[in-house]
Design a protein around this ligand. Structure first.
Ligand SMILES: CC(C)(COP(=O)(O)OP(=O)(O)OC[C@H]1O[C@@H](n2cnc3c(N)ncnc32)[C@H](O)[C@@H]1OP(=O)(O)O)[C@@H](O)C(=O)NCCC(=O)NCCS
Length: 363
């Protein structure tokens, strides 16, 4: 059996198979053609002696890390011979190669054989979709977290879990210092100390998080060569606060950080870093702190600091100081993120305020 990407010359055979296998929700010729040609989809086919025996269609969502198995079908003459499984395995591999970590699909709730196939491959049910199909049949949404190969270049960095809701930046500094062999212990006292040095004081209703300026200064103070890449329109996080008095304090703190930065040799770039630039830093063994929006993770539009700890061809890996479920620290360490997808989460707020603090290893 040969497995390859479909060509326009396979279109007739594909439509023939589609019409033979499905009676509702069929893919039209026009759609099939688009799926063959688009760079946001992959139409994989299985052929035996030039005869089409099956296909699988993957869609790649540009805005998330989700790839979607839109359809899979095996010709009745070839069923029960492992073709479906092979198609699925190829799809999972291709999704990982493109930097996707989650594969999602929808299946009719009464499609016993397909559900068995997905369960065998480790898909878990997510949600029932009432009247999802054209004939009003219910659907089942299933999802699988794909295995990624692990970082090729990595910093030896312990995970430090922030102990307060607003100390993510300080926790990232502690992890970076430890990876870069600085003796500062990973303690709550030091976490709070670093936060006090880098905070913008106020944020929305509560305490302020750390700004890139504040974190860069705290790292510089401990003897590191530091770069700050900050692409912002004005004072960071000022828009999260309404109270004019609080606003003026945030501005005051920010101006002070800017003045202090001027007194140092910290290089400040007013641009977001490119993927290639980040790759270079990791190759150099630097710790890279990034301000992200948690929106794509949990729907909350909160600013949050993470620290990169490795990479391979497709993924960056980061430590997330925030552990939402007690005892779930494992899932916060070495979290893979597709290189393109990182661009989607970097930056915060309508102003797309980006901040990146690069801490170089001491020579
Ligand atoms: C679902 C489908 C793609 C499976 O293709 P296939 O090549 O026959 O599947 P495989 O031979 O690779 O079987 C792999 C596993 O799937 C499950 N499976 C496949 N056919 C099954 C059946 N008729 N009954 C129960 N389990 C079945 C089994 O777990 C099987 O593993 P096993 O042989 O170790 O028990 C095929 O039946 C098909 O094209 N169905 C119609 C189209 C369709 O429903 N597509 C899914 C839309 S969401």
């Amino acid at each position: 059996m040969e497995y390859r990407c479909a060509l326009l010359s396979d279109l007739d055979d594909l439509l023939h198979l589609e019409n033979k296998v499905f009676s509702t929700d069929m893919i039209s010729r026009r759609q099939m053609k688009r799926f063959i040609q688009s760079e946001h989809s992959m139409l994989l086919i299985a052929c035996a002696d030039d005869k089409l025996s099956g296909y699988a269609l993957l869609l790649f969502n540009q805005a998330t890390q989700l790839a979607r198995l839109y359809s899979i079908a095996v010709s009745p003459d070839f069923r029960g011979q492992g073709v479906g499984e092979q198609l699925l395995s190829h799809c999972e591999k291709s999704a990982v190669e493109r930097g996707y970590i989650t594969l999602r699909l929808e299946v009719r709730e009464d499609n016993f054989s397909a559900i068995k196939l997905y369960e065998k491959h480790g898909f878990k049910p997510l949600k029932t979709l009432i009247h999802y199909y054209d004939d009003l049949a219910d659907g089942l949404r299933m999802q699988k977290r794909l295995g990624t190969p692990g970082p090729r270049t990595a910093l030896t960095m312990p995970l430090y879990v922030q102990t307060l809701p607003f100390t993510c930046g300080a926790a990232c500094l502690l992890m970076s210092f430890s990876a870069l062999k600085h003796p500062l212990a990973l303690t709550r006292k030091n976490e709070v100390q670093l936060w006090r040095e880098a905070t913008t004081i106020f944020m929305a209703g509560g305490h302020g998080g750390c700004s890139g300026q504040g974190l860069a200064l705290a790292a510089h103070r401990r003897g590191f060569a530091v770069e700050l890449w900050s692409h912002s329109q004005g004072t960071p996080f000022i828009h999260s606060v309404r109270d004019p008095v609080k606003k003026s304090v945030i501005e005051l703190v920010h101006e002070d950080f800017e003045d202090q930065l001027q007194q140092t040799d910290i290089k400040v770039n007013t641009a977001p870093p490119t993927t290639e630039q980040i790759e270079l830093w990791i190759e150099q063994g630097a710790a890279v702190l990034l301000l992200i929006s948690t929106f794509r993770f949990n729907g909350a539009k909160e600013p949050h600091w993470i620290v990169l700890c490795g990479m391979n061809e497709q993924f960056f890996y980061f430590h997330d100081p925030l552990v939402e479920e007690p005892g779930d620290a494992v899932s916060a360490a070495n979290v893979p993120i597709g290189k393109k997808a990182l661009n989607q989460i970097v930056g915060f707020g309508k102003q797309k305020h980006t901040a990146c603090v690069v801490i170089y290893p001491n020579k």
